[in-house]
Design a protein around this ligand. Structure first.
Ligand SMILES: Cc1ncc(COP(=O)(O)O)c(C=O)c1O
Length: 379
């Protein structure tokens, strides 16, 4: 790899993710969709939203989609729809974005953390089983980085105790587990369309998907002031509606999602091939039967912080998702959880770094990133 080395000034920056590259390809289609909505002058709860709901439900292999204002709102409303309220406990992994935990807290419920499987970064069923109490009202599973959690064992634990499973599917739209799409692996699932997600809006947006007709009806009401029909509010709700502009933009992007996923998988395969000789790095593994969508391409790396600096100095984008597990963040200081309580989450937080990953990433960019990592470790 040494022949590819250059002086720093010769390097062009490689972003960790690049939305502009995507817009350069689909800009025309997007502008057409936006113009269509502007011409209709219907901005909230219209036909674009309805069409997107059914298209996303189809992608996830479930009957219903309920568009909401963000992934965070999707979590809050879905947890509420499965019966979580003040004083209940919800089991979730500490190695996730804070929204997973703050959605639980927003309902006055208590987050109960369960450590991750170091091989997948996802919540471990054995850890869940140990944390169940009579107050456990839901198990909140995150499919981190685009890989579904081990749902057979998680569902078995949940079923044996009669506890609903909520999927935080913010990062894994399009992924599957043993042939079942993420989104159809629990009782209800929450999607984020935050702009950087594999399917990202041009602002905040989210969706809840479920096959339960009762939950569909309840969630449609909850996202719209608890109205069962117009001016007939039956319980306290929210204003959390997905708007027509975002829905129309997402429908354009949805048409490209499979081809983007394939590109992400090809990039991941190339990284894995090039990084195989670098023993100080552990590349992500995809368990048998899973289709990973590589929202992030996240490696474990020895001397991670030094490697990050080495990459950044050479203008190679990189990011740590997530440097502080939830149980060690100030928001949960009152739980009094000691350092060392969730060793796998804590170790992951110290070792992970996500490399450039987006569909339009070029082979030379992957080669330079992998080559620079090899150079750092003296290979
Ligand atoms: C795992 C996870 N959960 C929840 C969220 C919250 O989604 P949003 O930003 O759309 O509210 C995100 C993304 O930001 C996420 O990555």
């Amino acid at each position: 790899m040494s022949s590819a080395r250059q002086t720093m000034s010769e390097y062009e920056a490689i972003p960790q993710m690049d939305l502009a590259a995507q817009y350069a390809v689909i800009g025309g289609e997007i502008r057409e969709a936006v113009t269509r909505v502007l011409a209709s002058q219907q901005f909230v709860l219209g036909k674009e939203g309805l069409a997107l709901e059914s298209e996303i439900a189809g992608l996830c292999g479930v009957r219903h989609g309920i568009g909401v204002a963000s992934g965070t709102d999707a979590l809050i409303l879905a947890l509420r729809a499965v019966g979580v309220g003040a004083g209940d406990e919800v089991i979730l992994p500490p190695f996730t974005f804070v929204a997973t935990g703050s959605a639980v807290s927003a309902l006055g419920a208590k987050p109960v953390f369960a450590d991750i499987d170091p091989a997948t970064f996802n919540i471990c069923s054995g850890e869940i089983a140990r944390r169940i109490t009579p107050k456990t009202r839901a198990i909140l599973v995150v499919h981190l980085y685009g890989l579904a959690a081990d749902m057979d064992s998680i569902r078995a634990v949940a079923k044996s105790r009669g506890i609903p499973v909520v999927e935080d599917n913010a990062q894994a739209i399009g992924a599957s587990y043993k042939g079942t799409p993420a989104g159809a692996l629990g009782d209800v699932a929450c999607i984020s369309f935050y702009p950087t997600k594999n399917l990202g809006a041009y602002g905040d947006a989210g969706m809840i998907v479920t096959s339960s007709p009762e939950m569909d009806v309840r969630l449609r009401s909850l996202r719209n002031h608890g109205q069962a029909s117009r001016y007939n509010s039956v319980e306290p709700g929210w204003n959390s509606r997905l708007d027509e502009l975002q829905a129309a933009i997402l429908r354009v992007k949805l048409r490209h999602l499979r081809e983007w996923e394939q590109a992400r998988r090809a990039h991941a395969a190339e990284y894995a091939r090039l990084l195989a000789p670098v023993k100080s790095v552990k590349t992500p593994q995809t368990p048998q039967g899973c289709a990973h969508v590589f929202h992030q391409y996240t490696i474990r790396a020895a001397r991670r912080n030094e490697l990050q600096k080495f990459l950044s100095d050479r203008k190679i984008g990189n990011a740590v998702y997530y440097p502080v597990p939830l149980h060690l963040q100030p928001i949960y200081a009152s739980l009094g959880t000691a350092i060392g309580s969730f060793p796998e989450s804590e170790r992951a937080a110290e070792e992970v770094v996500s490399l450039p990953m987006f569909p339009e990433l070029k082979l030379e960019q992957i080669q330079r990133t992998a080559g620079t990592i090899a150079e750092f470790y003296g290979i």
